[in-house]
Design a protein around this ligand. Sequence first.
Ligand code: PLP
Length: 274
Amino acid sequence: MNGWLGALEDARVSVNDRGYNFGDGVYEVVRAYNGVMFALEEHLERLALSAAAVEIDLPWEPARLKNITKDTLGKSGIKEALVYIQVTRGTAPRNHVSDEEMRPNLLVTVRNMPHIPPSLYTEGVKAITMPEFRWQIRNVKSISLQASVLAKRRAERAGAAEAIFVLPDGTVTEGASSNIFIVKDGVLMTHPADNRILAGVIRHFVLKVAGTLDVKSVVEPFNILDLVKAEEVFITGTVAEVVPVVNVDGKIIGGGRPGPLTARIHKGFVSLIK
Ligand code: PLP
């Protein structure tokens, strides 16, 4: 944290940190496999884009951020890890607009990768849909996550793993913490990377893997009818990679079993990591 290194429980943040008061910051989550972070550069590029979009001037060169992150992971001694990088606008007395020159606060944490039950991939998960009620610049990975927290709580109450957002015209955007793909007539579909979704790092690599496997993909919006009628549905994200969705709002997808294309894509992604 701002150059200080120590145990997570010893870290202290000011009550005047703008992240604490306003959710005024951006972040990244990077997964480390056997001590090596996957796609760290892509994550740091997205962090820079997020920061620029919310007018936070990063005082660190990309190479410096890379070194700080690698160093923190190395010193943690954790091999299978989730590395969290957070930048808030800085510390200042609470005021929406502050004239003060603030230096952004940097926090990098390293935690053990949570256990992922293999059944996640062999059985798949349920999802619910709900109206898209987040803000208009969802391409920014903002730490203001209250809407996503509410969506996840609603999903959990419904016994679902993810909440999928749907716009008033029926367009499906993404999950509360994942991107979503469907298979329609054998073709992979996912929403374009515009301001309506977060351009997921795993989404990007899944599209790449599809190319190498000769799986046709189109980056185009699809709607809720396409979703519930899809041959296969899966969600992607850094923590769990590629997760089959077998039930949406109680409607069975693909016979209620994870689909073959989802498994192929996931396998291709895992070999890419290796
Ligand atoms: N969309 C949202 C809203 C997210 O919060 C996340 C990850 O947390 C993703 C998509 C997936 O992004 P990535 O593949 O970079 O982890």
